[in-house]
Each structure stands twice: as structure tokens, then as C-alpha cells.
Design a protein around this ligand. Structure first.
Ligand code: ARG
Length: 470
């Protein structure tokens, strides 16, 4: 049965048909569309809205299509979309009674429902990928609780920390990415079916029944909203973009840390490439591509929001153009997670170089100021001034951090405040030692091995809890 044969005289031009067809990216909702038609037809039968024998024939044809797969469909662009292709298939099997399937249903509620069904599955695939990624990083963190590195602010040496502490920064942001995605899931898990074109239908359909049959958590309360809204897609893509942005940030660090200048990490050969002209090159291409792919996701989010922002209620064909961007976001996020998990777990830390950097540029100065506060009962701001001046003097006179002693510090204190501090040399040494700095940061979220261990255990517990959820 040709959809156009009633109202429209003649065919759409082939250019217009290809231009408006969604078949290419509808392939992804093929299974969901069959599932939906089965649920809807079952409900129509149960509610005695359509004759039982017709319903049975429709259901048999749909089941047959499910077995045969998408190849059984005619996917010519003139068919418009997957919903018509499925209907045409059923018609080809059982004749015009196939048309009963479309009672109280529109492609508008159908596509919204299909997209939600598929996206639910995708989010449930991505969730465990994130958990897995966190788990791998926790294993790594466990081995690096005393691997000293220097931490940066403004990309300038700031304070010493450990590689484990830094990895835990990654895992904590990924934990929120996971939670955001699972939270978005709740709003994907709502059923638009039964809204039909926009105002529901005068047939006594049972929306609760199709909600149960399709495994949705709830029914969408307003039919106009149900066919108009794609915020579930925008929100999911935002959560994926945030994840991608976090992954990109990690990659940026891998790129920097693997440079000759930093020399802190080594990226495995499996994740590196070389140059076609410079024989010495080992390039971090995988990390770079991840960094760029995050831009693709952000672009998809902008596209989706821009399509949404000014279309009037309710259904507009513009909505169709969101679909490929949704799938592209999902696919990119998945591939980024998988590749990064592999790349990050094969990273080697150059411990000597990292420790060298941590102690060579006064990254422990904060601790020395803290000691002045504790030992001399001095306001922190005063201590900050003394140590700051001491660092400048040391740099000017090319005195290395190992050679800082009580005498050197007192010269500065006397110059600034006419008063020596007379701090113990051993105490100064301890304050300026990166490992001692790290060990002293025992508060929640700190860099000490014990704090790190607690954080690892908490995250492991989180993963265990989440993994048992359905
Ligand atoms: N292919 C369409 C989409 O993806 C399905 C809904 C079409 N509805 C319509 N009235 N033309 O949005």
C-alpha cells in the first residue's frame, strides 16, 4: 500500500526522496521497531480494538521479519523510513489487513519510542565500559601509591603528588560521568507510544500495557511533549560529551608527559605511530585522535541543541536529523573508552624522571611555609612571604633545593623581618622532601598512600555496587 496514494498526486522526486529519507540511520532502530509493533499490536488485540485473527496474522509476519532480519526489507529511498519499510513488509506477507497495525499509532510516537528503546541499550553498554575503565585505573593506582610525580597548576610545578593520586583524579571525574549517564537513562526510560501523531487517539488504547511490554519505567504524561521532545537525546549526548571531554583532557596529559621535555611516561608501541620522513619519531596518535574525537561529540551536541531550539511543538521533520548525530555520539564515545582503556593500562611511568622533576623546582615550598606556621606560630601569609623570597634568592644564586638550610632561610627572614627563625636543619630537609610532603597529606582526598588507599577502596566498592544493578 502506497502511503502517498491518498492525499498526494504522484511520486516524490527521487532527489527529494533521497534528501528526506532517514533509512540509512534508521537501520539502527529496526529491531526496536519490530518490538514496538509487536507490543502495539498485542495491546490492540487484548483491548479488542482490532480483530484477533488480523492481529495474529500481523504478529506472525512481524516475527517472521524478526527472523529474516533487515535484509528482507525494501530499503529504497522512496519508502521514506524504516516504519514504512516494516509496514510494507507486513503488507507483502498478509495483504491490506496489515494496515490494522497502524491503528492509534503514528510514525511520530513510533520513532520517539524506537530511539528511546535503542538508546537505553546503548547507555547500558557504555555504563559498564566506564566502570571497567575506572577499574583498570584503580589497579594501576594501586601499584603507584608511592610513585612521586610533580603536580601542576597553570602547567607550572605546583606540589608533589603521586601517580596514584593523579589517576584517582581521573577516576573520580569518570565516576561522575557514569552517574550522569545513568541519571540521563531515567529520562530516556519513558514511553511516548500511544501519543500517536500528537493528541493520542480516540481508540481505547492501553498505554500502561505497552509501557510494560516494552520494558519502560513510565508513560510520558503529555502526548504533545512525547512526540516533540528530544531532550533525552541532548542530555545523553551532553553526558557523553562531558565524558569525552574528560577523556580528551587525560589524552592531553599523555601527549605532554610523553614528550622528551617531560619524559615522565612512555606510551606503548601498540598505541604509537611514526613519521614517513623522520625515522626517529614515536608519536602519540591515538591520544591525539581521542582529543579530536571529543570535539566531534561536542559538535554533535551543538547540532542537536540547535535543531531543537526553535522548532514549534509538536512533531517536525527536523527532529529526524538528530538521529544520526545521536548514533555518532554513542559510537564515538564507545570507541574512545575502549581504546583509552587499552592505551592507559599499558603506560609506563619513568619513576626516576618523575621524582627528579618533583624535587628540582621547589614544588615542596608550601610545606616549608606550613612548617613555619606550625613551629613558629606564624600567620601563613608571613610564612608565604619568607619562603617565596627564599625561593627567589635560591634561584638567583643558583642554590639547589638540597642546599637550603637554616642559615639560608634565616638570611631571608632577617632581611624581611629583622628576625632569624632558627629552624632545625633536619626539619627543613623533611619539609622539602617530596615523599615526606606526600605522606603528610593524610586528609580525605589527599595524596598520602593511606588516603589514596581509602579512595581506591571507596571506588572499588562503588564499582561493585553498580555492577550488581540491572
Ligand atoms: N523518519 C521520521 C523521523 O525519524 C519518522 C517520523 C516521520 N513522521 C512524519 N510525519 N513524516 O523522525
Amino acid at each position: 500500500m502506497n502511503l502517498r496514494s491518498g492525499r498526494l498526486k504522484g511520486k516524490m522526486s527521487s532527489e527529494a526522496a533521497s534528501f528526506t529519507s532517514s533509512l540509512e540511520f534508521d537501520k539502527r532502530i529496526f529491531d526496536a521497531d519490530i518490538e514496538l509493533n509487536i507490543a502495539h499490536t498485542t495491546m490492540l488485540k487484548e483491548k479488542e480494538i482490532i480483530p484477533e485473527e488480523n492481529a495474529e496474522k500481523i504478529l506472525d509476519a512481524l516475527k517472521e521479519l524478526k527472523e529474516e532480519g533487515i535484509e528482507a526489507l525494501n530499503l529504497d529511498p522512496s519508502v521514506e523510513d524504516i516504519h514504512m519499510a516494516v509496514e510494507n513488509y507486513v503488507t507483502s506477507k498478509i495483504g491490506e489487513i496489515a494496515g490494522f497495525m497502524h491503528t492509534g499509532k503514528s510514525r511520530n510516537d513510533q520513532v520517539a519510542t524506537d530511539l528511546r528503546l535503542v538508546l537505553k541499550k546503548e547507555l547500558k553498554t557504555i555504563g559498564p565500559l566506564i566502570l571497567d575503565f575506572i577499574d583498570k585505573m584503580l589497579k594501576m593506582a594501586d601499584e603507584h601509591k608511592e610513585t612521586i610525580i610533580v603536580g601542576y597548576t597553570h602547567l607550572q610545578h605546583a606540589q608533589p603528588t603521586t601517580f596514584a593520586h593523579h589517576l584517582l583524579a581521573y577516576t573520580n571525574s569518570l565516576k561522575r560521568d557514569y552517574q550522569r549517564l545513568m541519571d540521563a537513562y531515567k529520562r530516556v526510560d519513558m514511553n511516548p507510544l500511544g501519543s500517536a501523531a500528537m493528541t493520542t487517539t480516540s481508540f481505547p488504547i492501553d498505554r500502561e500495557m505497552t509501557t510494560d511490554l516494552l520494558g519502560f519505567d513510565s508513560v510520558m504524561e503529555n502526548s504533545i511533549d512525547a512526540v516533540s521532545s528530544r531532550d533525552f537525546a541532548a542530555e545523553s549526548v551532553f553526558a557523553l560529551s562531558m565524558l569525552a571531554s574528560n577523556l580528551s583532557k587525560i589524552c592531553e596529559e599523555l601527549v605532554i608527559w610523553s614528550t622528551f621535555e617531560f619524559g615522565v611516561i612512555n606510551i606503548a608501541y601498540e598505541y604509537s605511530s611514526t613519521s614517513s620522513i623522520m625515522p626517529q619519531k614515536k608519536n602519540p596518535d591515538v591520544a591525539e585522535i581521542v582529543r579530536a574525537k571529543s570535539a566531534i561529540l561536542i559538535g554533535e551536541l551543538m547540532t542537536i541543541l540547535t535543531i531543537l531550539k526553535a522548532i514549534p511543538y509538536s512533531y517536525n521533520r527536523d527532529l529526524q536529523e538528530i538521529t544520526p548525530h545521536l548514533w555518532n555520539s554513542v559510537d564515538n564515545a564507545k570507541s574512545m573508552l575502549i581504546i583509552m582503556q587499552g592505551m592507559l593500562s599499558t603506560i609506563e611511568v619513568n619513576k626516576e624522571r618523575a621524582a627528579e622533576l618533583a624535587k628540582s623546582n621547589f614544588a615542596t615550598a608550601t610545606e616549608l611555609a606550613d612548617i613555619l606556621v606550625r613551629e613558629k606560630n606564624m600567620p601563613f601569609r608571613t610564612a608565604h612571604q619568607i619562603v617565596g623570597r627564599m625561593v627567589t634568592e635560591a634561584l638567583d644564586k643558583q642554590v639547589s633545593i638540597e642546599d637550603i638550610d637554616s642559615k639560608f632561610l634565616d638570611n631571608v627572614a632577617v632581611e624581611l623581618f629583622d628576625k632569624p627563625l632558627e629552624l632545625d636543619d633536619a626539619m627543613i630537609k623533611k619539609a622539602l622532601d617530596p615523599l615526606e610532603n606526600i605522606k603528610a597529606r593524610t586528609v580525605i582526598g589527599g595524596s598520602s598512600p593511606e588516603s589514596t588507599q581509602d579512595a581506591i577502596l571507596k571506588l572499588k566498592q562503588f564499582i561493585a555496587n553498580e555492577s550488581t544493578k540491572k
